[in-house]
Design a protein around this ligand. Structure first.
Ligand code: HEC
Ligand code: HEC
Ligand code: HEC
Ligand code: HEC
Ligand code: HEC
Ligand code: HEC
Ligand code: HEC
Ligand code: HEC
Ligand code: HEC
Ligand code: HEC
Length: 331
């Protein structure tokens, strides 16, 4: 009864608010005022003016934030006592505090991230964090281009991980938005990310990756590269080579040509259930110039594809990632 009444009351209020009677000059004026406020408020919040007052004064009114700050990597600037005021403590990120203190608080008197867009937040952080190689591609990263900002992955004051100040632990952090990827790491053959043996960021750079020298300089899916090589080689270093006899797709197309990197229903994370179908996607003699029409050798006659013995290519071509002994990868 009571709630029914409350609901109806609310409905009538919102109707009168949002469907008001026709146009009046006053309403336009009010709208314009709002427009001005929207235009000016965030700019003010982003760049507060006035003097730097140090971090200690913040303690009185923000004891919760203050009391855990000594654990934060950003506390170093306070502890060292060597940084310039604009790079020290709270004001390194929130800007000069004078106006805020004089006004006894308020969101418009200081740089309040709750009022900033992801891009404005990034500008604040990148003032100090832009040199690092890991983030040199931050502006063109798929995340930045899709308005995923620093504060969606990092939490300065309520971090779930003391290291890297992540808002949540990996992989939950990433699954928060990439729900469809979880299933791939639950497949019968997979990298053990859900079990905590490795992280998404072992293979991806969430800040964006640079043009690699492998894979024809394509830069898909923010796959990380260390020293210009595929992320996979950090752990699978036996596949690095250089080999006297290389199998070109390993370097040119990359490991993804044959493997599903997250998980697969096929053993060895293979992209196809039967090995030879994968090989024949390239070694099929397609093209108009005979045997090497596409630059890929066709199988010799001896390879009788109706003979099951020949279907398991890697039974004989055992060094499929490259060999130092045999051009046909037979040993
Ligand atoms: C490295 C940058 C950085 C530093 C240094 C920093 N803050 Fe923040 N602060 C933020 C960001 C970003 C937010 C937005 C919420 C978030 O992501 O945690 C925030 C939010 C806040 C809030 C809003 C309430 C809340 O908990 O979300 C207050 C208050 C605040 N900071 C006060 C302080 C004080 C006081 C200090 C010094 C002890 C400080 N900040 C140091 C970046 C910083
Ligand atoms: C006299 C008390 C007082 C002091 C001192 C003070 N603040 Fe505040 N602060 C407030 C109040 C009140 C608010 C408004 C909270 C609100 O509107 O939700 C606020 C809001 C903020 C916000 C905006 C939070 C948001 O929602 O995004 C930030 C950031 C902040 N303060 C940082 C600081 C920093 C940094 C210092 C030290 C330089 C400081 N404050 C000192 C009282 C104070
Ligand atoms: C005034 C300069 C400055 C600003 C602005 C700044 N940082 Fe930092 N940040 C630092 C310094 C200095 C460190 C410590 C580096 C070290 O440990 O050697 C750091 C460390 C970090 C770390 C790494 C902690 C670790 O465990 O390695 C993260 C994550 C981080 N900052 C995120 C941010 C984010 C997000 C913002 C914007 C909300 C931001 N920073 C703004 C100076 C800054
Ligand atoms: C999509 C999530 C995501 C976004 C967006 C993001 N980060 Fe990170 N960041 C991470 C993760 C995960 C790590 C730790 C793993 C790693 O890269 O090794 C990290 C690590 C860091 C580190 C510490 C390690 C290092 O490379 O020095 C800093 C500093 C940092 N981020 C700053 C930023 C800043 C500044 C922004 C915004 C311009 C930002 N991050 C945006 C997820 C993110
Ligand atoms: C073993 C390395 C590795 C790990 C660990 C990894 N990825 Fe990937 N991921 C890749 C590679 C390589 C690609 C590109 C695949 C391609 O080009 O076919 C990719 C592609 C993607 C894509 C784009 C393609 C798609 O399927 O939508 C997303 C999104 C993604 N990964 C998210 C994640 C998340 C989230 C995690 C952690 C839960 C994660 N990845 C862990 C290697 C990895
Ligand atoms: C706040 C939401 C959010 C979080 C958190 C997040 N992402 Fe993303 N991510 C996106 C959006 C949006 C895109 C761009 C649209 C798309 O391709 O799905 C994207 C794109 C990607 C891509 C490229 C996909 C492609 O096809 O090119 C990869 C890889 C990726 N994210 C990995 C990660 C990893 C790893 C983490 C955790 C460290 C993470 N993301 C955390 C929202 C998020
Ligand atoms: C952080 C280290 C690490 C990285 C990076 C990594 N892997 Fe792995 N990989 C492993 C480990 C450890 C295993 C063993 C299986 C397990 O964890 O259960 C494995 C297993 C595999 C297997 C199956 C091997 C078997 O015997 O069944 C393949 C194939 C594979 N990885 C390919 C890749 C590819 C392709 C990439 C890059 C996209 C990659 N790995 C990146 C650590 C890594
Ligand atoms: C031309 C296709 C192809 C490419 C490209 C390829 N692989 Fe493989 N890989 C295979 C096949 C087929 C197997 C299974 C071999 C077997 O069953 O004996 C395999 C097996 C593996 C294994 C498990 C067995 C072993 O040899 O350790 C790992 C790990 C692996 N590959 C990693 C990689 C990495 C890392 C890359 C990229 C540098 C890569 N692969 C590129 C076809 C390929
Ligand atoms: C993405 C395309 C691609 C895939 C998939 C592929 N290959 Fe290759 N393969 C090549 C290319 C290109 C060459 C080098 C041709 C040259 O050197 O002229 C090559 C060379 C070879 C050679 C040496 C032949 C010679 O005459 O030098 C063998 C053997 C071979 N591949 C076997 C396999 C097997 C077995 C598989 C499946 C596990 C496979 N390949 C999958 C593209 C591919
Ligand atoms: C029983 C062992 C065996 C199996 C299984 C096998 N091969 Fe071979 N393959 C050889 C031998 C031996 C040679 C070299 C002699 C020849 O060309 O017949 C060779 C040669 C090749 C060549 C080079 C041909 C040329 O003319 O340069 C390619 C490409 C090749 N194999 C691909 C494959 C593929 C793809 C499969 C799986 C469908 C496969 N092989 C299965 C033994 C095998």
């Amino acid at each position: 009864m009571h709630s029914e009444y409350a609901k109806r009351g609310l409905a009538s209020i919102s109707r009168s608010r949002w469907n008001p009677k026709p146009v009046s000059v006053l309403r336009h004026a009010a709208k314009f005022g709002l427009f001005l406020a929207v235009l000016t408020a965030p700019a003010f919040a982003q760049n507060p003016s006035g003097k730097f007052v140090g971090s200690t004064v913040c303690k009185a009114c923000h004891p919760d934030v203050w009391s855990s700050f000594y654990k934060n990597a950003h506390f170093k600037s306070v502890a060292s006592e060597k940084e310039k005021p604009e790079n020290t403590g709270c004001e390194g990120c929130h800007g000069p505090g004078e106006a805020h203190i004089k006004a006894h608080g308020g969101k418009a008197t200081i740089r309040a991230f709750s009022l900033l867009s992801p891009k404005q937040t990034a500008e604040t952080c990148l003032r100090c964090h832009s040199e690092s190689l890991a983030r040199s591609n931050i502006h063109r990263s798929v995340h930045t281009l899709n308005d995923v900002g620093c504060a969606q992955c990092h939490s300065i004051h309520k971090a779930a991980t003391p290291k890297f100040l992540l808002a949540k632990r990996e992989p939950e952090l990433c699954y928060g938005c990439h729900t469809d990827i979880r299933a791939q790491f639950n497949m019968p053959f997979k990298h053990r990310v859900n079990e905590g043996f490795m992280a998404c960021s072992d293979c991806h750079n969430p800040h964006g990756a640079s043009s690699p020298t492998w894979r024809m300089a394509a830069r898909p899916h923010m796959v990380k590269q260390d020293v210009n090589e595929e992320a996979c080689l950090k752990c699978h270093f036996d596949k690095r080579g250089p080999f006297a006899f290389e199998h070109p797709p390993v370097r040119v197309e990359g490991c993804e040509a044959c493997h599903s990197p997250h998980g697969s229903t096929n053993s060895r994370l293979l992209a196809r259930p039967v090995v030879f179908t994968m090989c024949l996607e390239c070694h099929n003699g397609a093209g108009t110039f005979g045997r090497t029409g596409t630059g890929v050798p066709r199988l010799s006659r001896a390879h009788n594809m109706t003979d099951p013995r020949y279907q398991n290519c890697t039974n004989c071509h055992v060094r499929i990632h490259g060999s130092n002994a045999d051009p046909l990868f037979l040993r």
